[in-house]
Design a protein around this ligand. Structure first.
Ligand code: DGY
Length: 312
């Protein structure tokens, strides 16, 4: 009897069919009520394929007595209790690096769209309002300062792109790195100097609500916030207040505190650009991520080292 692989997520475009030689694959994403299927197979599940939408907390992990591996179709792993996984002898893999450029491009798209009021102007034109005049002008990127919060793989790609846009790049993170950009160990001090903040740090307990009312106040009335990290990094009610009261000028958001639920207050604002967490969502990049998920699962099945194991 083959071990069971529970696929919470469609690993498109590389279907989990590639794993069917070795596993009995149960595609939970195909059924409307997955609970009975999970119960019926709980003891035989050795592998879980999930994405950032699936909460793999300690209780979930412990409820599968023979679980050996969780492969997530995302670079972020804040939805997985890594400590609990390690205690249970469960290996975890993610999809780093292959999505860095893509996610940075999404950040740049949000930066440009927010600064240059692209979505607002599109709506304006479609509503036939051009005949009446123009919206107020946008904001330049060139010669402005952008503060990158979390200069990891994605942050570095953002930095490179911002240099091409003739921006002054500075950064905040856990430690100073060997890069040409100015480092701030104090986030508030950096925000005071910035026209834009771009969040590219991991989610989770250490960055929870890092961007709070005080940081938004420091960013200031002409400042804009771009978030391609995790919704949890921003105190969302504080952000809504800051946008409503003109404490900051605008925001471009790919991620939210309670996805896929987006606060009505944000939906109603013209000075924000909202995306449904599509940071890495192109056919090319999703293919690379899907291949990496499959390669990790097969490596584990063959008793080899994982290609991209999450270790803390
Ligand atoms: C991930 O893979 O964790 C990112 O959210 C991509 O957008």
């Amino acid at each position: 009897m083959k071990p069971v692989l529970l696929a919470y997520y469609d690993n498109a475009p590389f279907g989990v069919s590639l794993l069917e030689d070795k596993f009995e694959v149960i595609n939970l994403w195909e059924v409307t009520s997955p609970a009975p299927l999970i119960e019926a197979n709980r003891d035989r599940v050795t592998t879980i394929l999930c994405s950032m939408m699936h909460d793999m907390n300690a209780d979930v992990i412990k409820s599968f007595p023979n679980l050996k591996m969780i492969a997530t179709y995302s670079v972020g792993y804040d939805h997985i209790d890594i400590k609990a996984a390690q205690e249970c002898g469960v290996k975890v893999s993610n999809t780093p690096d292959v999505l860095n450029a893509e996610t940075a491009d999404t950040g740049m798209a949000l930066l440009l769209a927010t600064a240059k009021r692209i979505v607002e102007n599109d709506k304006f034109l479609r509503a036939g309002k051009w005949l009446e005049g123009y919206l107020p002008c946008g904001t330049s990127l060139a010669d402005k300062t952008i503060g990158i919060v979390g200069l990891g793989g994605i942050g570095k790609k953002v930095a490179k792109r911002c240099e091409a846009f003739e921006m002054n790049v500075v950064y905040h993170g856990r430690s100073k790195q060997d890069v040409a950009y100015t480092y701030y160990d104090d986030l508030k001090a950096m925000a005071l100097e910035c026209d834009f903040l771009m969040l590219t740090c991991p989610g989770g307990a250490t960055t929870q609500n890092l961007i709070n009312a005080e940081i938004l106040q420091a960013l200031g009335e002409n400042g804009m916030l771009i978030n391609i990290a995790r919704g949890s990094v921003v105190d969302e009610p504080a952000l809504i207040k800051a946008l409503n009261e003109g404490i900051i000028k605008g925001a471009g958001l790919d991620v939210f505190a309670d996805e896929p639920n987006v606060p009505e207050a944000l939906m109603a604002m013209d000075n924000v650009v909202l995306l449904p967490h599509i940071g890495s969502a192109t056919t090319e990049t999703r293919s690379k991520m899907g291949q990496l998920v499959i390669d990790n699962i097969l490596a584990h099945f063959d008793g080899k080292e994982l290609l991209t194991e999450v270790k803390i």
